[in-house]
Design a protein around this ligand. Structure first.
Ligand code: DQA
Length: 143
């Protein structure tokens, strides 16, 4: 089983960006955490981060036939990108949405999630643990 973990814009600045919201741990810490989770769950992962919407769309398209599941934190593109929603629908790979912060308790403009409309589940507000929950969901479903 192979999972794609896809992270959107500004997540590369974890640790630096608004640490009161996103925590003090860095993006490298997140990648290390994801690799540990993958080992525990006995699954292969590839972790990709991009600040560019088109790269995220290309990466989702390229996942077809390669990955069994997608864990996606589209970051700010969550709230704007019909293109990411359409790409997830096009490949039809089981996907789970993750947000580090509790988006439902934040600004009005964060209350819509386009990508979420193509995801079977959303884990928001659990910090790094949300990614583990998403991976667990996919591993149990796909086994
Ligand atoms: C985020 C929430 C988004 O609203 C925001 O734009 C991000 C990060 C999160 O992980 O909490 O960049 O996706």
């Amino acid at each position: 089983m192979k999972l794609l973990i896809l992270n959107g814009p500004n997540l590369n600045l974890l640790g630096l960006r608004e640490p009161d919201i996103y925590g003090k741990r860095s993006y490298n810490d997140l990648v290390a955490y994801l690799n540990d989770c993958a080992k525990e769950l006995g699954t292969e992962i590839e972790v990709i981060q991009s600040n560019h919407e088109g790269v995220l769309v290309d990466t989702i398209q390229a996942a077809y036939g390669v990955f069994d599941g997608i864990v996606i934190n589209p970051a700010a593109y969550t709230h704007t990108s019909v293109a990411i929603l359409d790409a997830l629908k096009a490949v039809s790979i089981p996907a789970v949405e993750v947000h580090l912060s509790a988006v439902s308790e934040r600004e009005a403009f964060r209350q819509i999630s386009y990508a979420g409309m193509a995801c079977e589940k959303t884990f928001a507000g659990y910090g790094f643990d949300g990614y583990r929950m998403a991976m667990e969901h996919l591993v149990h479903k796909l086994k």
